[in-house]
Design a protein around this ligand. Structure first.
Ligand code: PLP
Length: 433
């Protein structure tokens, strides 16, 4: 790539969570194939990030490409107001079949954040229709639910820098983060569970119960807010408390959905069914931006009988046929169940190759679940220099804060995964402090 183009990028184009003055460096990628990103200069990097949880079947996947080619010859997009089409119908039918039983109605939108906005609106509109004024959402510290204002209002208040937008962000309630869960390979359910760990959440819900419209959480794994794993019993208790107090439960499975944690959905670990479920990221196998918000029949009917008479949301690109077509192809691949042994094998290998690193003095914790491997360092890392080291070793791993972590495409081969874990070990042993 020409230096001129890179300079233009640096001076004119925002990248995620970066600055315009002296931004972190960017690596030009010209193509991607399988589990490799191919840089403009021809270097090939093994991808440890799945482009942020999304590219579960790798890049340039033949079946996903084919689905898009076929769909584009028919239509790329038509409005969804007053029109419907097979790609959307097929997708929603499958999503309803795959998710816990009470979820029966689907709202398709453009991105994960929008799906969270839709979920919050659904919850508020539900109570409005029932004639109750409920204005608060209860969420958990260390959570992450997206960057738009509604989603931001339920993210960890410090991480999301809510103070920057004071007066503009809805004031919600926050329970302490679910306690981090220590377990070893194959013992995800066995570790003891202390019921006291639910106490602060339980108290919050009891004291505010008539003001809370919904509880929102990321089931089992809190992603971008800290890559934290918690006990299925905690999730089960939260769900039971919501039910007891008749408060809606929103499960944000945008990161955890579609097999990443070892179950198709993380909710499956606790055998719970939320009232509202948000899906995104891997929904299209990482090809296009699309999200789905599912809700129960009861919720949908209540909203529909309310004063507003309808659900007040309708994005321009709602149910985009290309995105739906590639999502259907993604679900077809998942339906062959190769993901299960793949994720299991990745999990086993991550345990084997990352656990020894927990003995290193700079490492605070190593944790693994499904195709997610996390090393939490004692101190924050320097992203730019670590990224440079990783690229020099032929891998793509993007750390943040104290976390060096991987969540590779499910199709990664053992020797490729070893390259990722060796690169992680290498940067840790190379650190001075
Ligand atoms: C990424 C993410 C979102 C936001 O999705 P976008 O598509 O980036 O808007 C919301 N919730 C969770 C749990 C996520 O991981």
């Amino acid at each position: 790539m020409k230096q001129d183009d890179l300079d233009f990028d640096r001076h004119h184009i925002w990248h995620p969570y970066t600055r315009m003055i002296d931004p972190l460096p960017c690596y030009p990628v010209k193509s991607a194939q399988g589990v490799e990103l191919i840089l403009a200069d021809g270097r090939r990097l093994i991808d440890g990030m799945s482009s942020w949880w999304a590219a579960i079947h790798g890049y340039n996947c033949r079946e996903l490409n084919q689905a898009l080619h076929q769909q584009i010859e028919k239509m790329s997009h038509v409005m969804f107001g007053g029109i419907t089409h097979s790609p959307a119908i097929d997708l929603c039918r499958q999503l309803i079949a795959l998710t816990p039983d009470p979820l029966d109605c689907v709202f398709l939108a453009d991105s994960g954040s929008v799906s969270v906005e839709v979920a919050l609106k659904m919850a508020l509109q539900y109570w409005h229709a029932k004639g109750e004024r409920r204005s608060k959402i209860l969420s958990f510290r260390q959570g992450y639910h997206g960057d738009t204002f509604g989603a931001l209002s339920v993210c960890d208040p410090e991480n999301s820098m809510q103070a920057l937008y004071q007066g503009y962000v809805a004031k919600n309630l926050f329970a302490p983060a679910p306690p981090a869960y220590q377990f070893s390979e194959g013992h995800f359910f066995d570790a003891p569970w202390n019921n006291e760990e639910i106490q602060s959440f339980s108290q919050l819900i009891e004291t505010n119960n008539t003001d809370i419209a919904a509880v929102i959480l990321e089931p089992i794994v809190q992603g971008a807010g800290g890559m934290r794993i918690y006990h299925p019993a905690f999730l089960r208790e939260v769900s039971a408390l919501c039910e007891r107090h008749q408060i809606l439960l929103i499960a944000d499975e945008i990161a955890t959905g579609f097999g990443r944690t070892g179950r198709l959905f993380a909710c499956n670990y606790a055998a719970i069914a939320p009232d509202i479920l948000c899906l995104g990221k891997a929904l299209t196998g990482g090809y296009l931006t699309l999200s789905a918000t599912l809700c129960t029949r009861e919720l949908a009917n209540t909203i529909s009988k309310g004063k507003a008479g309808c659900f007040m949301h309708g994005p321009t690109f709602m149910a985009n046929p290309l995105a739906c077509a590639v999502a259907n192809a993604n679900l077809a691949i998942l339906a062959r169940h190769e993901w299960q042994p793949q994720v299991k094998a990745i999990e086993h290998q991550l345990w084997a190759e990352l656990s020894p690193l927990s003995a290193h003095p700079t490492v605070l914790d190593v944790r693994v679940l499904g195709a997610i491997g996390v090393i939490e360092m004692k101190k924050a890392v320097d992203v730019a220099s670590l990224q440079r080291e990783f690229v020099a070793q032929g891998v793509w791993i993007r750390p943040f804060g104290k976390l060096i972590y991987v969540m590779p495409p499910y199709i990664i081969r053992p020797e490729q995964l070893t390259q990722l874990t060796q690169a992680m070990a290498h940067v840790i042993f190379n650190r001075q402090n």
